[in-house]
Design a binder for this molecule. Structure first.
Ligand SMILES: [Fe+2]
Ligand SMILES: [Fe+2]
Length: 170
């Protein structure tokens, strides 16, 4: 199913997040600290804004149709909290330089599962529940929250995580 234009920016972010997840999974042990830092910068510069857009604009519009405690809303919020908790864990673990492949794999799997859930279950449900005007209203409000940028061609361009090989820790 073709994504509604209102969700293009979020879907673009999801593609970047899947790229990041692959990077975190495939990285060598010696890259663990650099990859943890890569995750943290993506989290701080992109993911937190993305989550805010979903929580403050998209989910309330959906909740108006299906109720605040719909299982898809509860699952989305629970997974956001899990990602916030993992970011906090990475921040604390970096202080002792004890990042493990196990932690990076857990983060990668969590990010991947969250993106697939939103793309395969949440977004189709939102597209089915909201009429065009309501989705357009979401599109107007999202950039105020989640840093969406539109080009002159009307294409939504988002912050992209730099997936170039991080420098190994000295
Ligand atoms: Fe998302
Ligand atoms: Fe999300």
């Amino acid at each position: 199913m073709k994504r509604h234009l209102a969700l293009h920016g979020l879907t673009t972010d999801h593609h970047h997040t899947l790229g990041l997840a692959v990077r975190l999974k495939r990285g060598a042990v010696r890259e663990a600290t650099a990859l943890a830092q890569l995750f943290l910068s993506a989290y701080e510069e992109s993911m937190v804004h993305h989550f805010r857009g979903e929580e403050e604009v998209l989910l309330p519009a959906f909740a108006a149709k299906v109720g605040d405690d719909h299982p898809l809303i509860i699952r989305t919020l629970t997974e956001h909290i899990r990602i916030h908790r993992l970011a906090d864990k990475v921040l604390k673990t970096l202080q002792t330089n004890a990042i493990t492949k196990k932690l990076l794999t857990e983060i990668a799997q969590t990010l991947e599962a969250h993106v697939r859930f939103e793309e395969n279950e949440l977004f189709p449900a939102i597209e089915a529940a909201l009429v065009d005007d309501e989705l357009n209203a979401v599109m107007e409000r999202l950039p105020l929250i989640d840093h969406t940028v539109r080009t002159e061609q009307g294409i939504t361009v988002r912050y992209a995580v730099n997936l170039a090989d991080p420098k190994p820790a000295p």
